[in-house]
Design a protein around this ligand. Structure first.
Ligand code: NAD
Length: 337
């Protein structure tokens, strides 16, 4: 089967493209390379352009009339930047997705899978969230994800389309075959920072917030291996119609699905796991929480199991191992200016 992947030159999109290809499918990438990497598009069907560009989308569907569904990964994703540049985030993520969904409708494409985020959930007392838990996105970035979900839901209802919003928890790791991984030069994610500390690029790893009401005071997250995440996308795309059939309700046009392991891991536990895999101790500092930090949450992943027949297979150690491996080789693959 053939799928269009917007943002297919990014960390998650490129991994999904590899997983689709490994499963015998074809992927067509649309990416502006605003943050993505041309290196991840080599040997792929790749269109350089913007998601809201009607001309390029029309061209893609003329060239590939057999595209079955679209995966919409393209977005700006940096939370602090979204606080400084809300105009850009609402334009790039919200306004352009709205435009793209409508262009897809006019081109006859009725199936959309959307990269959403667990960052849209409100704080949960026991840290576990289901898809029906209250939403309260707390940054411009997460509000763009929340709005894009609402737009996809309304678009699906009004234009006889269907949408699946995959709410990612905390992706870690790299493609096990090392075709792609995290590409930002200075990673802001916790595991990227641990890898940088291990590789001597920073002198210590800072645990921000040690007084949260968790079992050891550090924040709690649900780390999901990016390769597991990619497999959930393969299922959502290739079994798109069956996912809706499995709900048993023919009136449903929009389904949010949590993608997480279902296990909460604290930052200190992550550091311990990292040290086990790395085989050495890491320099640790502690600091107060940064503005906007939250205690965190983990997924109730029952819906993914029921509707996608999917659950995570890989461990947090697998994620750490592939992140370390990727950290060592990525400079030979990615060429920064
Ligand atoms: N990485 C995470 O931790 C995480 C967590 C939850 C959700 N998500 C979501 O997953 C998706 C992918 O994230 P990622 O980590 O791979 O980020 P990324 O920055 O690596 O990838 C995003 C890609 O989208 C492209 N892009 C952005 N705006 C575009 C536009 N207007 N037109 C065409 N291409 C455009 C970029 O060039 C890039 O290749 C995003 O939608 C993000 O919100 C990511």
């Amino acid at each position: 089967m053939k799928f269009l992947v917007t943002g297919g030159a990014g960390y998650i999109g490129s991994t999904v493209v590899s997983a689709l290809e490994d499963a015998g499918h074809q992927a067509v990438i649309l990416d502006s390379l605003v943050t993505g990497r041309i290196e991840f598009t080599r040997g792929k069907i790749f269109y350089l352009g913007d998601i809201a560009d009607r001309k390029i989308l029309t061209q893609i569907f003329a060239d590939h009339p057999d595209i079955f569904a679209v995966l919409h990964c393209a977005a700006l994703i940096v939370v602090p930047e979204s606080v400084e540049k809300p105009y850009e985030y609402y334009r790039e993520n919200v306004a352009k997705s709205n435009e793209m969904f409508h262009i897809l409708y006019t081109l006859g494409c009725q199936r959309i899978v959307f990269s959403s985020s667990a960052a849209i959930y409100d704080k949960a007392e026991n840290f576990m969230v289901t898809e029906d838990s209250p939403l309260a996105p707390n940054s411009p970035y997460s509000r763009t994800k929340y709005m894009m979900e609402m737009i996809l839901q309304d678009t699906s209802n009004a234009y006889n389309m269907r949408g699946i919003a995959l709410r990612y928890f905390n992706p870690i790791g790299a493609d096990p075959k090392m075709r792609s991984g995290m590409h930002v030069k200075e990673p802001s994610h916790v595991l990227g920072k641990l890898v940088d500390t291990a590789l001597g690029k920073q002198d210590a790893f800072t645990v921000t917030g040690t007084n949260w009401p968790t079992r050891d005071g550090s924040g709690i997250r649900d780390y999901i291996h990016v390769w597991d995440l990619a497999q959930a996308h393969v299922k959502s795309l290739a079994e798109f119609d069956q996912v809706f059939e499995r709900t048993g309700d023919p009136n449903i046009n929009f389904i949010p699905i949590n993608l997480g392991s279902g296990k909460g891991v604290t930052v200190f536990e992550l550091v311990n796991a990292f040290e086990r895999v790395y085989g050495k101790k890491i320099n640790i500092r502690t600091a107060p929480p940064r503005p906007g930090d939250v205690a965190g949450a983990y997924a109730n992943a029952d819906r993914a199991k029921k509707l996608l027949g999917w659950e995570t297979q890989l461990s947090i150690e697998d994620g750490i191992r592939t992140a370390l491996e990727w950290g060592k080789i990525r400079e030979s693959i990615l060429h920064w200016d």
